[in-house]
Ligand binder design. Structure first.
Ligand code: ZN
Ligand code: ZN
Ligand code: ZN
Length: 87
């Protein structure tokens, strides 16, 4: 039986550069390519949410943040009232 090496190489192309400040969630500091600490797999299970202030977070992180009274419904990055931007 022959091994299909080609496929294996494609998987190895994944890049793990150090994330830019812009590429990480301001709440959990995980990259947007990944998921929030509560989720196991990125993608549809762990969507991102954009604010009108142009900050982006994992939706789960933001919801957890907004549940805290101290958040006052504000963006954790700039303390402006957080309003989700329509996609
Ligand atoms: Zn996050
Ligand atoms: Zn999540
Ligand atoms: Zn913001």
């Amino acid at each position: 039986m022959k091994m299909k090496i080609k496929r294996w190489q494609a998987v190895a192309v994944w890049k793990w550069d150090l994330p830019d400040e812009d590429d990480v969630c301001g709440i959990c500091r995980n990259v947007f390519d990944g998921c929030c600490p509560d989720c196991k797999s990125p993608g549809d299970d762990c969507p991102l949410i954009w604010g009108q202030c142009s900050h982006v977070f994992h939706m789960h992180c933001l919801l957890k943040w907004l549940e805290q009274e101290s958040s006052r419904g504000q963006c954790p990055m700039d303390r402006r009232p957080f309003v989700a931007a329509s996609a």
